[in-house]
Design a protein around this ligand. Structure first.
Ligand code: NAD
Ligand code: WQD
Length: 346
């Protein structure tokens, strides 16, 4: 079976994808510098799958170390590249940290891919490349607007770097997957999202408020031009998202691509408001979420959701889970994680 390098594999989406890869019989090597994750995530992966993936802790910005990895693992067939910094707010404060980390790591991998005859790469891109879209739902042909943050700009530039490199070396292959808003956790509750400090994203803020770590969720604006006034996003269950990576990596390995660089939207196709998230969370968990409506968050867009039909058709992949299932899994993870933290402290 093929051997896949998963960068950022102890992170949120990387850990869920590693589980799916192992369950589909792939061999996995994870590289992560643990800048935004923990080594014990490997325990969760092992508990779920019965397999502990190989793990190398280093910074992908270290060019020589990246080359060494491919010398140590000459049988790596392809790469799924999740590793990146992802905080929109921090990227505005520390743009160089984001440009250096997200772009240098990508270039090191693309260079090594060429040097070591690796078949291809699946790259984590984002719906953030579309900015505030003119038309909904958003197709892959929608114009790429000027990025609203240095983080978003790293995703736009990364896609361009990949495209240019693949034009120069047509034997290489890549697929950029533009995720909409990933939420939830593995149904076992053994792995999930681990925000450092106060969460920026909605769903971890909801679960932390529900469990009592945060006093109050702030709803950023109820005066948008949407049915209930709150902003709309396309929330996709992380396990559905992880499964799309397996399809994409197979497409590269089996040389089924239409062209050597392809881009797909990964979303559900359904727009959901902030109030709908709160209401659904309360319905499926029976737990109330304290909230207060505050002003809009600077830089936020009003509404966006995907047209996932190209991915549905071409990849034969579809987001299957309901919003309720995804939110319930996030709640299960929050409870499991907090209980374990308390045990560790005791
Ligand atoms: P995450 O922070 O949980 O995982 C990223 C992992 O990469 C972390 O474990 C971190 O330690 C590691 N990492 C970062 N820089 C590294 C480096 N230089 N060398 C080695 N390891 C490094 O984030 P995530 O939510 O799992 O996101 C994965 C990818 O998906 C990222 O590229 C992110 O930009 C993209 N993405 C995420 C979202 C989202 O909402 N979570 C949405 C769209 C796109
Ligand atoms: C969702 C909605 C908020 C927190 C971000 C990145 C994007 C992509 C996904 C990586 C918005 C509202 C949130 C809170 C709230 N990441 N909200 N109270 O902003 O769509 O996208 O993550 O590529 O690039 O920008 O996600 O989860 O932060 O917000 O009311 O405490 O929830 O205003 O409408 P967002 P989010």
């Amino acid at each position: 079976m093929a051997k896949i390098l998963v960068t950022g594999g102890t992170g949120y989406i990387g850990s869920h994808t590693t589980v799916e890869l192992i369950e589909q019989g792939f061999e996995v090597v994870i590289v992560d510098n643990l800048s935004n994750s923990h080594e014990w995530v490997l325990d969760g992966i092992e508990q779920i799958t019965g397999v502990r993936p190989a793990f190398e802790k280093f910074d992908l910005c270290d060019r020589e170390r990246v080359q060494q990895l491919f010398r140590d693992h000459p049988d790596i067939d392809a790469i799924i590249h999740f590793a990146a910094h992802k905080s929109v707010g921090e990227s505005v404060q520390k743009p160089l940290k984001y440009y250096r980390n997200n772009l240098v790591s990508l270039m090191n991998l693309l260079e090594a891919m060429n040097d070591h005859h690796i078949k291809g790469m699946v790259f984590s891109s984002s719906c953030t490349v579309y900015g505030e879209p003119d038309e909904l739902p958003v197709t892959e042909q929608a114009p790429i607007k000027k990025a609203a943050s240095p983080y978003g700009n790293t995703k736009q530039i990364s896609e361009e770097i990949i495209e240019d490199q693949l034009k120069a070396v047509p034997s290489l292959r890549a697929i950029s997957l533009r995720y909409f808003n990933p939420i939830g956790a593995h149904p076992t509750g053994l792995i999930g999202e681990l925000p450092l400090g106060e969460p920026e994203n909605l769903v971890p803020y909801v679960t932390q408020t529900a469990i009592g770590i945060r006093k109050m969720l702030r709803v950023f604006g109820d005066d948008y031009n949407t049915p209930d006034g709150s902003a709309i996003r396309d929330y996709i269950y992380v396990v559905d998202l992880a499964k799309a990576h397996i399809v994409a990596i197979r497409r590269i390995l089996e040389e089924k691509q239409k062209k050597n660089y392809e881009v797909f939207n990964l979303g559900t196709g359904r727009g959901v408001s902030v109030f709908e998230i709160i209401r659904t969370f309360e319905e499926v968990t029976g737990v109330k979420v304290n909230y207060v409506v505050t002003g809009r968050r600077p830089g936020d867009i009003e509404k966006i959701w995907a047209d996932p039909s190209y991915a549905n058709r071409e990849l034969g992949w579809k987001a299957e889970s309901t919003l309720g299932e995804a939110l319930l899994s996030a709640w299960k993870w929050e409870q499991h994680y907090r209980k374990n933290l308390e045990k560790q402290k005791a």
